[in-house]
Design a protein around this ligand. Structure first.
Ligand code: ADP
Ligand code: ASP
Ligand code: MG
Length: 404
């Protein structure tokens, strides 16, 4: 008997028929004698619809109320999944995030998990029940409902797997695993059988939305080995863990694209010590996550700074910065929200030269202009025009010979 945590994403529980299929799958695992905690997302599209409705009634909805609203998406699917299991004779109970003891910090819409009190879940597992937990949500110390950031059901599953000391954690989605690029964009992409936390982390944070970034960080920190696989078939998926055999040999493991990016440009910032610190502290205080940063002092006395943010954060940056620039003695800020970020990732890059040159040449040959460049030990990222992002993904995938 093993203890297994399974997570089913939005498409996997997308309608009543899919929920019944998932229930059958859960029954299959339960019939093998395993203990089972199941995390489910909202039906696909529901979270987006709820956000659109919130914005339709108020331009800047309160984040507390947004969490209150978004948490309902998962509350629907936990109850329906439990009922579907009852319908086929499986004892199951549904839990909201709060009922499952998932305690978070106070940051609405992107809360971090602080602790999990797994006692109620453990009690029901011991009583032979399948425990169905709402993904993406928790409760803070003031008793307020919080959510864990988009794609946060992955985090719920991985954190619960650590908390209940699961033997196995399975992330069920609508593709067979983690691919060398988004299989919906790059037809020649192929499934990776094993990938390291570091590479998965870089792919996720660079836009491969198959796993939420924070969930992979959590898995690495608590050494939760997990498998990404499809709920639509029984094919083996991708195992994500610390060390994988081929690591150094493969130079580029995969390509990722994030289309939800914006570029913020500050021009004419006084070139003096602490100017950057003051600008980025103000952004951090406003919870704006900054990604690529380029500073250039082209003329004496003034600096230009360009950085990228998630598209949703651009307005926030534009709102926060003008008073800060005024205090610093000058500078103008503008945002451009037609940006995509393309990254190539691979641990093997540490020991291989020429990866950046090959990427730039491939994009150049395709006539795609590079707006910003950033590199780390195992990743090269460029910002390009969003309209060319799919083409750029295919060109990068081809040049590193990743196709099947
Ligand atoms: P779920 O609702 O199950 O959480 P998501 O939509 O969040 O599923 O993530 C799965 C999607 O991620 C796939 O349908 C695929 O289009 C996309 N994706 C992007 N990059 C990759 C990749 N490298 N490997 C697999 N899927 C990817
Ligand atoms: N329903 C949430 C979202 O769409 C969480 C998730 O699906 O993981 O972001
Ligand atoms: Mg997801």
């Amino acid at each position: 008997m093993a203890r297994i945590v399974q997570k089913y994403g939005g498409t996997s529980v997308g309608d009543v028929e899919r929920i019944k299929k998932v229930a059958e799958r859960i029954k299959g695992t339960r019939d093998e004698g395993h203990e089972l905690v199941v995390v489910v997302s909202a039906r696909s599209g529901v979270t987006n619809e709820l956000i659109a409705r919130a914005k339709a009634v108020c331009e800047f909805p309160s984040e507390r109320e947004l969490d209150m609203l978004l948490a309902t998406g998962e509350q629907e699917t936990i109850a329906l999944t439990a009922m579907a299991l009852h319908g086929i004779g499986v004892d199951a109970v549904s839990y909201t995030g709060a009922q499952a003891g998932i305690f978070t910090d106070k940051v609405h819409t992107k809360a971090k998990i602080k602790t999990i009190n797994a006692r109620p879940v453990e009690r029901d597992l011991k009583a032979g029940k399948v425990v169905i937990v709402a993904g993406f949500q928790g409760i803070n110390e003031e008793g307020q409902i919080t959510t864990l950031g988009r794609g946060g059901s992955d985090l719920t599953a991985i954190a619960l797997a650590a908390a209940v000391k699961a033997d196995k954690c399975e992330i069920y989605t609508d593709v067979d695993g983690v691919y060398t690029a988004d299989p919906r964009v790059v037809k020649t992409a192929h499934k990776i059988s094993e990938i390291s936390y570091d590479e998965m982390l870089e792919l996720a944070s660079s836009g491969s939305k198959v796993m939420q970034t924070r969930s992979v960080e959590f898995a690495k920190k608590y050494n939760v080995v997990f498998e990404v696989r499809s709920s639509f078939n029984h094919n083996p998926g991708t195992i994500v863990k610390e060390e994988v055999a081929y690591m150094e040999k493969v130079v580029v493991r995969g390509v990722a694209v994030d289309k939800d990016q914006a570029k913020v440009v500050i021009t004419g910032l006084p070139d003096k010590p602490s100017a950057a610190a003051i600008v980025f502290s103000a952004l951090a205080d406003a919870n704006v996550n900054v990604d690529m940063i380029v500073q250039n002092v082209a003329h004496t006395g003034v600096a230009d700074i360009t950085f990228t943010v998630q598209r949703d954060d651009a307005q926030n940056a534009i709102r926060v910065l003008p008073p800060v620039l005024k205090k610093l003695g000058g500078g103008e800020v503008k945002s451009f929200d037609n940006i995509a970020k393309l990254s190539v990732v691979g641990v093997g890059m540490r020991t291989h030269a020429g990866v950046a040159a090959a990427l730039f040449a491939a994009l150049g040959d395709a006539g795609i202009n590079i707006q910003l460049i950033a590199t780390s030990e195992i990743k090269i990222t460029v910002a390009v025009d969003r309209a060319r992002a799919d083409e750029a993904q295919r060109a990068a995938h081809d040049v590193f010979g990743l196709g099947k």
